[in-house]
Design a protein around this ligand. Structure first.
Ligand SMILES: [Fe+2]
Length: 453
């Protein structure tokens, strides 16, 4: 009898798992989460329809809701983003994905942000960041040594108790088999996203992303990339950011986490080619742009608005290409001197406080400092690579005098923590290895990022 019971239990359990694997391709993944709403993303098998997501408070199982679906319809993959609404701030929720025949096919949990503004000091919190994720696929990879490294870094990151993950671009690498077709632009993220080693991490915290060249198009792709509209659609289908540029253009957006505003910039959509002339007749070429007039105008307004909000202590500007590297051997903002000068002057003239840049792309991590004449110094924190090939400092870049900290030849991710009272808030930046070991760290206080009166 006991054997029969055991068989029944095992059969039921294995059947449940089979059900799940039959319907879900990847996810669930948490997306944009704020005080009273949250997004949950999932990719289902192509023929799976009629799935719904229900949720309730952990402390009150009767307080249930059914999520709203925003289906990103595309010809190639079955991705759904659910929006959970009418939530309470600082509250734990559980959710269930339910199939059309009423079976639970996935579960997860989330916590909403706190309503602390005008009430208390901002909560301490941390987020993770990283760039350059390459999963090997030998038939389509370049011959020779595999480019993708040890992906157990994601198992380590899934165990972190951070509030969210910021993907800093090159989050997947389109290859020749991908970037010449619309189908390929969906096939690559679908292939990478379903890696078993990613699944726990996707569920463990909200994910926000920007792209760089490899998840937008081919190497060093610029605004002329002919499939950019499809690439934007694929990006929207695979992430759950708050918004994606304006109208039908670009993917830039902004979100707030406690006392930090995060500006996610699109460094590809409007980009002039990197090899276009930087200067004409000895003057910065006004037509050479990395972000474009429309996006820069948006950023300026968003920064001034943010600067007048007393509840915001730090302003993170995140983008793929490095922002302050004067060596400019590879992709970086300094190769666009007209836009660079305009942005730095704007930050100084408008006394925008608490600005720190976060970038990726380089296959090494570093912090670059640039002093300004009449303002606090600017810092560019580059976090790279998560799993792609590593880079070693060499040539003229070996001893970059602006480098405050450098990590080469190592896969790594970054943990950024905000600690302390509002008047004396600190940002701590830790670079961690594949097993979570601390490689190096650096910190700065909000007082050091204040403009002179
Ligand atoms: Fe890149």
């Amino acid at each position: 009898m006991y054997r029969l019971f055991l068989f029944f239990v095992l059969f039921t359990a294995s059947n449940a798992i089979a059900q799940t694997s039959n319907l879900v391709v990847s996810g669930p993944m948490l997306g944009h989460t704020e005080l009273r709403t949250s997004k949950v993303w999932v990719e289902l098998k192509p023929n799976v329809k009629g799935v719904k997501l229900i949720y309730n408070e952990v402390a009150d199982t009767k307080a249930t809701g059914t999520a709203i679906q925003s289906v990103i319809s595309n010809l190639y993959t079955n991705t759904i983003t659910f929006e959970l609404i009418d939530l309470k701030p600082a509250t734990d929720y559980v959710y269930q994905l339910i199939s059309s025949d009423n079976k639970t096919i996935a579960t997860g949990k989330l916590r909403t942000q706190s309503l602390w503004q005008w009430r208390t000091t901002p909560p301490d919190f941390s987020f993770l960041a990283g760039s350059c994720t390459y999963f090997n696929e030998p038939p389509y990879d370049r011959p020779g040594k595999p480019y993708g490294g040890d992906s157990t870094i994601f198992t380590t990151m899934a165990k972190e108790k951070s509030d969210f993950m910021l993907w800093l671009g090159d989050n997947w690498y389109t290859r020749e088999v991908d970037f010449y077709s619309e189908w390929g632009l969906y096939k690559r993220p679908s292939t990478d996203r379903k890696m078993p080693i990613l699944q726990d991490f996707l569920k463990s915290m909200p994910h926000y992303a920007i792209w760089d060249d490899h998840d937008y198009g081919w190497n060093d792709a610029d605004g002329s990339y002919p499939l950019k509209q499809s690439s934007r659609d694929a990006f929207k289908a695979y992430w759950a950011n708050p918004s994606y540029g304006v109208k039908d253009d670009a993917i830039y957006t902004k979100f707030t986490w406690n006392d930090v505003d995060v500006f996610l910039l699109d460094d590809r959509w409007y980009r002039s080619n990197d090899n276009m002339k930087d200067s004409i007749n000895g003057k910065p070429n006004p037509d050479k742009q990395m972000f474009g007039k429309e996006q820069i105008q948006w950023l300026k307004n968003a920064l001034v608005q943010s600067n007048s909000n007393p509840n915001i202590n730090f302003r993170i500007i995140a983008t793929g290409s490095q922002m302050l590297n004067h060596i400019k051997l590879y992709d970086c903002f300094l190769r666009f001197p007209a836009e660079y000068n305009d942005m730095i002057d704007f930050l100084t003239d408008n006394k925008i406080n608490g600005v720190v840049f976060f970038t990726g792309d380089r296959h090494h991590s570093e912090i670059i400092k640039r002093d300004r004449k009449d303002a606090y110094p600017l810092f560019d924190i580059t976090s790279s690579p998560l799993t792609s090939g590593t880079h070693s400092f060499g040539g003229v870049e070996k001893d970059n005098p602006d480098r405050v900290l450098g990590i080469d030849k190592l896969q790594n991710y970054t943990r950024v923590s905000f600690i302390g009272k509002s008047s004396d808030r600190k940002m701590q930046v830790e670079f961690l290895g594949i097993n979570g070991e601390l490689i190096n760290s650096w910190s700065i206080s909000q007082k050091e990022l204040k403009s002179p009166k």
